[in-house]
Design a protein around this ligand. Structure first.
Ligand SMILES: [Zn+2]
Ligand SMILES: [Zn+2]
Length: 377
């Protein structure tokens, strides 16, 4: 389906001012907003179209690019964030940003919309095992909750808040300054639009109170540092019964003594003896599900990486499972007895006079020789 012209979508002239564009957007967004058209797919599509047009045309750079190149000049899936994209934009955010000043400001003479509660962030530290397997956690969250005595109204039990007589509930008053009429927050009700004659004894008229709550949160298997889990409506309570904000659980995974994680893969180092590296054999390596046996072929050099398929981390986003990468590190033996040293010297003598036992050294000596030749030439 080809895209409609953004100006046409918003029904504005090509030279429309930002103000006109905003006005047109508000009008159309109100009309097509999903909250007003529940289940109406066509309205939802229209809403997305309108929002996209608005985002492009109110960004001076994007609008210029669009005017010059059309839809090819702007890609709304990048940057500005498509509708419901990863930027966390959702219907309630849109209501907060754009509709706030429709309902507020007193321009319509209606009541000021009480503010939605703030979003909260909770930093959760997990061990690697917990992150990989998933875990249920009880979180204790200090927050503002709706007052249970007055139900959020802020008024004493049995009474109710009355509309402010100064601003008639708009929360704003007009002041004259010379030729200009200036909107100001109402000094009587401080913008609330309501007067509480007898405040609630518990919350002292705020409608909210500090409270910590305990939430049981299921952390899905496979999460990693930087992932966050959104718990809708578990943030701070809104003003006077307005919707609560969201709670974001931000995950950090602690360093592990053995494993280093990179995406879905795990890395670890496995020390092996000189004899085992030379002769081959088996070593036990740890995985998150217990020990497994790793076969070391003869003549294994230090630093060689072995891949154990499917022993990594199961992705939280797909069914993909990572691998465990084991790097074998040859250990130089220490605390040798005289007898052991003797054996090694004897062994070393058997190696002299030929590079066939030392695949790396041969190449290395060649390199050194060439290096000096190049220096001298
Ligand atoms: Zn109260
Ligand atoms: Zn007032």
């Amino acid at each position: 389906m080809s895209k409609r012209d953004y100006y046409e979508v918003l029904d504005v002239a090509r030279d429309a001012s930002e103000r006109d564009i905003k006005k047109a957007y508000k009008r159309l967004a109100m009309k097509y907003h999903p909250d007003r058209n529940p289940g109406d797919k066509e309205a939802e599509a229209k809403f997305k179209e309108v929002k996209e047009a608005y985002e492009i045309l109110t960004d001076a750079d994007k609008r210029a690019a669009y005017d010059q190149f059309g839809h090819a000049g702007v890609d709304p899936s990048r940057g500005a964030g498509g509708f419901g994209g990863g930027n966390g934009a959702d219907f309630s955010d849109i209501f907060g940003d754009v509709f706030g000043d429709i309902f507020g400001g007193g321009r319509r003479g209606g009541h000021r919309q009480p503010a939605r509660g703030s979003d909260l962030r909770y930093n959760l530290e997990l061990s690697l095992e917990e992150a990989v397997r998933g875990v249920n956690r009880e979180l204790r969250i200090p927050t503002l909750a709706t007052c249970d005595l007055c139900g959020g109204s802020g008024a004493k039990k049995g009474t109710s808040a009355t509309t402010c007589g100064t601003c008639h509930g708009s929360g704003q008053v007009q002041m004259r300054q010379g030729f200009f009429a200036v909107q100001q927050t109402c000094p009587t009700c401080h913008g609330r639009g309501k007067i509480i004659k007898e405040p609630c004894s518990k919350c002292h008229g705020d409608g909210r109170m500090e409270k910590s709550k305990t939430l049981s949160v299921k952390i899905p298997a496979g999460v990693d540092t930087g992932d966050r889990i959104r718990l809708a409506g578990e943030g701070e309570a809104g003003e006077f019964g307005a919707p609560a904000g969201d709670l974001y659980v931000q995950v950090t995974v602690r360093e592990h003594p053995i494993f280093v994680r990179d995406g879905n893969n795990l890395y670890c180092e496995v020390p092996i003896s000189f004899a085992k590296a030379a002769l081959g054999g088996e070593v036990e390596v740890p995985t998150l599900e217990g020990k497994v046996s790793l076969k070391i072929p003869p003549e294994t050099q230090t630093g060689r990486m072995f891949r154990l398929r499917g022993k990594g981390v199961k992705s939280v986003r797909s069914h993909a499972v990572g691998d465990l990468l084991c790097k074998v590190v040859m250990e130089t033996p220490v605390n040798l007895s005289e007898r052991q040293k003797e054996l090694l010297r004897e062994f070393e003598d058997t190696l002299s006079g030929g590079g066939k036992h030392s695949p790396k050294a041969e190449g290395w000596f060649d390199g050194v020789k060439k290096f000096f030749q190049d220096l001298n030439s």
